[in-house]
Write a protein that binds this ligand. Structure first.
Ligand code: UDP
Length: 252
């Protein structure tokens, strides 16, 4: 998979991030759906960039993506410090919502893979209520053995899905997509982290006022103790941005 070529981007610590606002991302994804080849989108938050420092294959997956969106306020800040600001934060959960809205209009079936048993189905039901006309070609949980992967990929392909949302957490979801994209038959795949939990109502999104202050990450960390490990990547990322910003470069 090649990079997008005509989209301005910034490279943060060896990871490409595309400088598109949400509207541009949605337009680009609608173009991907019309092109007769598979594409994948990476939503890059601070933890993704920190993990990619020690995980070269994952870094390669980010840089080869058709689109890399700035999924956290830390990434937005780092891009400003690099002198090549992304226009805004483009959260994965909002992008998934916009793509479901689009799919309800275009008729492209979506497949939801990931989260605890039953959650993908609950998320699918909630999305179908929100976007009448949305076709969900399948949904299954993300707790499976490596041996099950070929059957899962076959089920996705046989379902006729055009869009695949994978919620296995970073970097597992991106690696699943990189390994299997060609065999799934989809035109667009995207890793979406904890988004199914949000749509299913299991995890509440931060109130609008908290989101407006760009503090959703803090809200999620405080409301889910399991997020502490991920939260530890924040000071690490801040240190990288403040003291190693020479490792960033603007492109185009
Ligand atoms: N998950 C999964 N299979 C696994 C590990 C995690 O389906 O083997 C799911 C988990 O239930 C959750 C999502 O992946 O719904 C990860 O959410 P999180 O918000 O932690 O993602 P990230 O912060 O990495 O984007």
């Amino acid at each position: 998979m090649s990079g997008t070529g005509d989209i301005p981007s910034v490279t943060l610590f060896g990871c490409r991030v595309d400088r598109l606002p949400m509207e541009g991302v949605v337009i680009r994804c609608s173009e991907f759906l019309r092109e007769d080849r598979p594409h994948y989108v990476v939503t890059a938050d601070t933890s993704a960039i920190v993990i990619a420092q020690d995980d070269e294959p994952f870094r390669g997956i980010i840089n080869d993506a058709d689109l890399v969106t700035p999924d956290s306020i830390g990434v937005v800040w780092a891009s400003k410090r690099a002198g090549s600001p992304v226009p805004e934060r483009v959260p994965g959960v909002d992008t998934m919502e916009r793509l479901c809205e689009l799919a309800a209009k275009t008729g492209d079936p979506v497949y939801l893979l990931g989260a605890a048993p039953g959650v993908a189905e609950m998320a699918a039901n909630a999305l179908c209520q929100r976007f009448p006309g949305l076709k969900v070609s399948g949904a299954r949980d993300g707790f499976f053995q490596p041996d099950d992967e070929p059957d899962i990929v076959r089920a996705i392909a046989e379902s006729g899905a055009r869009i695949l949302f994978v919620a296995l957490g970073i970097p597992k979801q991106e690696k699943f997509i990189a390994r299997n994209l060609a065999s799934t038959g989809v035109r667009l795949a995207m890793g979406v982290g904890g988004s199914f939990d949000c749509f299913a109502g299991i995890v509440k999104r931060a109130p609008t006022i908290v989101r407006n202050f760009q503090l959703e990450w803090l809200w999620r960390t405080l409301s889910n103790p399991k997020k502490w490990r991920k939260a530890l990547t924040l000071p690490q990322f801040a240190f990288m941005v403040l003291f190693h910003h020479k490792d960033t470069e603007a492109q185009r």
